[in-house]
Write a protein that binds this ligand. Structure first.
Ligand code: MLT
Length: 264
């Protein structure tokens, strides 16, 4: 499906019926990364699955795609769809956006699931690396980003099928959208001070072998979040993109959390 909001065309899926979840994908993927979770949960829940600005079928306007802008896009999407509150699920960059969403639109958050993400901002070195990758995307295209990133996105033992799917998903994205998201992530603030204000139930999921945002980052979030209960699921032998690498374990952890929430 397609809509227009905040000056862009945004592509999204809206499937199932019941209490709503908003699924925010990782960089540099698209809403398609949530396919297995959608299949798993659609019988009981409404799944709203956007291609974030710059990715998939959504527009990639010039300039950095900040986490705040992405969060405001999501608030506008929920408003258009008549959804007052959703469980916000964000993996990695999706988690950065979930933090911004919490800062700006907390009234729309029924609960949070933060997967393979971190609260901290980039270091100077991290920002320089993002700018180098943005230029790589602009000069050599999305496939160059796929080749560079895939080894760190999944665990060493990840299947060829997952790697092929990732290559196709990343390669289909626009280089401009990839560059815009990289520059947007580089600008994101430290979300650590916001953790103490998180008053909704929170689930943390992380791949045990996540090389980019390892379990220690989930522990830091867990220590900071004020809202209780907080749940943590560490998925063994799984890398950064845990929802794709271990779809069943991820979906079971999320479904278990949702059952405990009841309705919202
Ligand atoms: C992601 O998976 O969204 C990225 O690894 C996030 C990042 O580059 O910080």
């Amino acid at each position: 499906m397609e809509t227009h909001l905040n000056g862009i065309r945004l592509h999204y899926e809206d499937v199932g019926a019941g209490p709503a979840l908003l699924l925010l994908h990782a960089f540099p993927l698209s809403g398609a990364m949530w396919r297995d979770q959608v299949d798993w949960l659609r019988g009981e829940y409404r799944l709203i699955v956007p291609d974030l600005r710059g990715f998939g079928g959504s527009d990639a306007p010039p300039g950095p795609a900040t986490m705040e802008q992405q969060a405001d896009d999501m608030a506008a999407l929920l408003e258009q769809l008549g959804v007052d509150r959703a469980v916000v699920v964000g993996l990695s960059m999706g988690g950065y956006i979930a933090f911004a969403f919490w800062r700006r639109h907390a009234d729309k958050v029924a609960a949070l699931c933060l997967a393979d993400t971190k609260a901290g901002a980039d270091s100077d070195e991290g920002r320089a690396g993002r700018e180098a990758n943005a230029r790589l995307a602009e000069e050599q295209g999305a496939n160059a980003i796929a080749e560079k990133m895939i080894p760190s996105l999944v665990a060493a033992g990840a299947s060829q099928a997952v790697r092929d799917e990732l290559r196709a998903m990343i390669g289909a994205n626009s280089p401009d959208g990839i560059a815009a998201a990289l520059r947007g992530m580089a600008l994101r603030p430290d979300s650590t001070p916001d953790l103490a204000s998180i008053s909704v139930p929170t689930l943390l999921i992380v791949g045990e072998a996540d090389a980019l945002t390892p379990p220690a980052e989930a522990t830091k979030i867990n220590m900071g979040v004020a809202g209780r209960p907080t749940y943590v699921a560490v998925l063994p032998d799984v890398g950064h993109l845990s929802a794709m690498e271990a779809p069943e374990a991820f979906s079971i952890a999320l479904a278990d959390f949702l059952v405990q929430l009841g309705g919202w």
